[in-house]
Unconditional design. Sequence first.
Length: 181
Amino acid sequence: MTDIQHLFEPTRRATRRWHVIDEIDLVPLLCEHARGEQLCRRLEACADALPDLPDAEAIAALCDALEAQAVERPSREDALLDVLFGAEAPPLADTLLAYIRAQHVTCAVQAQDLLAVLRPHAVDRGPCAATLGYMLRCFFEGCRAAMAFEELAIRTLAERRLTPAARLLLDDRLQARCRGA
């Protein structure tokens, strides 16, 4: 089982926030989100195919991606948020950032539950198809909502600090999410 204890630790260090946020500053986060979206699509396809499961090799690849995206990614995102907004965030920003971190923990816990069920040694004794389908849908719907909230929070909190290119990048992502919903 992967350790997620680090997600519960306060990570806000005394950092100075950036005065201007350019699109290049957002690219790592949005690339992580694109990989997260890809994982969500793969998990959704798996849920749609139930009660059939992919072959063992596909499940192993899915588990590796799930572990990387849902368990390891939050630390990188939290570090970026600290750089973007600094340790001395106004109360609203601090509240929104705390909510984002709580969503990271929720996604990580759900990912660990899925990993426990999907790992090769667990497939034979895993939950029924309806339960697995519910677990998968809870994860990918929650993950998508968390990524959208994070992008919207950045767009809102950094409004005046975003360059036109960064603002356009976030607006395009948010509009694409709305069209896809």
